[in-house]
Design a protein around this ligand. Structure first.
Ligand SMILES: [Mn+2]
Length: 271
């Protein structure tokens, strides 16, 4: 069975970005519980930004799980990238992700690599960038094993990375470098831009897909755009997908309404 999750952003620098709930962790977790979500996905400025004892007690109080933790603050705030050509900065990026794996690991939540993957450039040809990214994913996937969670790698649309844009690109990266304990994140917004059809992209990702960002074509909450969900639901069923559909969408028209809209659409499609 697919479980529901909703994003909570605690990153001031990301304001206006595609996260549903904002500002207050406790209020966000309680809103998620009231609306009937199974879990929250947390986007935090760093590993020490969240009071872990508080989060533990909030999850116990509500019975919710932590679906995943984002690492994008490493890029947004610290300008770190796993493909930086400066060895010291690349190491700092790896260390930052490890610290986020440690944070998530305490809650059995995998960390997500999105914008931290970086880009290829004139100074760093594409094949070298992919090797550098692959080496980082191998190291970080191994590191995550101690918590019995995978690492989640997210192909992004062309405006956010030029490394892997489609699920097929992601599969090629994982398989060509024998990267283990790393799963793909199928973000329906990115896929709507890059895939021939989203359903085919999901079939391409197949068993490698371990997380879904559930959102509409315009990055508004599911049901507020022109996404055709029927073939998406059918494709997820065909690949036996049974992890999270996590709402990573704009807080449109406002955070609570966006969370409510998403869970209603989720229940319509998956329950
Ligand atoms: Mn995403």
């Amino acid at each position: 069975m697919i479980s529901s999750a909703v994003t909570i952003s605690l990153v001031e620098q990301a304001r206006g970005g595609p996260f549903v709930l904002w500002d207050d962790l406790a209020a966000g977790v309680r809103t998620a519980k009231e609306l009937g979500y199974d879990a929250v996905e947390i986007f935090a400025p760093g590993p020490d930004a969240v009071d872990r004892a508080e989060l533990k007690s909030l999850l116990e109080e509500t019975g919710l799980k932590c679906a995943a933790v984002g690492t994008g603050a490493g890029m947004v705030i610290n300008k770190l990238s796993l493909t930086d050509t400066d060895p010291g900065k690349r190491q700092a990026a790896i260390d930052f992700v490890k610290s986020m794996i440690d944070f998530g690991g305490e809650f059995s939540a995998p960390a997500i690599i999105g914008s931290m993957q970086g880009r290829w450039t004139a100074d760093l040809p594409k094949d070298e960038a992919l090797k550098s990214l692959g080496a980082a994913l191998i190291e970080l996937g191994k590191y995550a094993e101690q918590y019995n969670v995978p690492l989640i790698y997210e192909p992004l649309n062309r405006y956010e990375t030029n490394l892997c844009n489609t699920m097929a690109d992601g599969v090629e990266l994982l398989e060509s470098q024998s990267i283990s304990n790393v799963v793909l994140l199928a973000d329906l917004f990115h896929m709507n831009i890059e895939e021939t059809t989203i359903a085919q992209g999901l079939l391409d990702g197949g068993k490698h897909i371990g997380h879904v960002h559930f959102v509409d074509s315009n990055r508004r909450p599911a049901g507020n755009g022109h996404m055709d969900y029927a073939p998406i639901v059918a494709a997820l069923k065909e690949i036996d997908y049974s992890d999270y559909a996590s709402a990573e969408a704009f807080a449109w028209p406002d955070p609570t309404a966006a969370a409510k809209q998403t869970i209603e659409k989720f229940n319509e499609l998956f329950r």
